[in-house]
Design a protein around this ligand. Sequence first.
Ligand code: PLP
Length: 397
Amino acid sequence: MGTWLEQQFSKRSQGIPPSFIREILKVTSSPDVISFAGGLPNPAFFPIEAFKVSTQRVLEIEGKKALQYSVTEGDPDLRAWIAAYYQQKFGMEVKPDEILITSGSQQALDLVGKLFIEQDDKVLMEKPTYLGAIQCLSQYQPTWAEVALEADGVDIAALEQVCVQDKPKMMYAIPNYQNPSGACYGEEKRAQVARILNENKVILLEDDPYGELNFTGALHTPLRKLYKEGTLLMGSFSKIVAPGLRLGWIVGEKEVIAKLTILKQASDLHSNYFSQRMLLDYLIHNPITEHIGKITAHYKAQCEWMQECIQKYFPKEVTYIAPEGGMFLWLDLGKINARALLKQCMEEDKVVFVPGDPFYITAEAGMDKARLNFSNGTKEKIQEGISKIGKRLHDML
Ligand SMILES: Cc1ncc(COP(=O)(O)O)c(C=O)c1O
């Protein structure tokens, strides 16, 4: 029943699952724990020295402006920078008034939910999907539909069927190096997804925080380029610069951005303006592609090393598809229950990871899956942690 105050909580707040990862992060803050759980970028690549210079410069040159309230849409120069990025990289025309700066892409997700989802609207998710999206969109009390994810994107026949039968209002997808599965849509599937969603007039929420963490150099066409009108494309500086900045963005048709801007205004007036100006100064004075190149090379090496360790220490019944980017390796544990494995690894070995089930909408799904993060750890810790998990896996078989 809870206290009388708890009884006053809105219905909206009651169906929101707590984030398993935030819960596990409480355990992992202890230095003797080896964590493959969080989706943390490697702090060795936070540009601390360059930020010192940019902070100093912004305060000296424009401190009075940078510390003042600002516009909800976000800094015009930062929006122009993002527009130029899409133009240069993908030949995709984006106008500054088609961009809203947000407090991380997580806020964009929330604003889109607020704008489009009525109670019981059908929202289509990849299976599995980012648990932060399940949590965020749950606030708006949708009903869910799911479509299975294969290594090169969603199952196209299933997508077509669910769009025709369930008539979802919106689909949420992470086409590049998905969290948690690492899956990346092939070009053919991108075109098919765009066609199906367009034919059925399903809004696409395209979440792309990992696209730049690309180990192969392949260019992946944004779905917004293929299905412009119906797609809202979210981006983030969290994985390519630093998550503590809390800066991301959303690209959409200008009438949608105008409405999202009003919702954002009601929510937080605007994203941290000093952060925006400091980041812009950093982007102007430092070659971001070089920085991303360094991060990506390191993550690729870490990912390969984790796979080497897995091959050495895990039983052959445990499988995975080698990721070509991103930050995660998604394990299929076969007959082993991920929660039971986690309990042993956490209590006996102080090694943690995320079991698969929080990434699924359906209860009981994903019990045979586990997500390992490879971006935030040293070679030694990866080897030690994987060997310990491996020992438990062998014992549990
Ligand atoms: C798929 C996905 N979307 C969105 C986010 C939120 O990122 P941020 O709000 O830091 O941009 C994350 C964070 O891990 C993520 O994995």
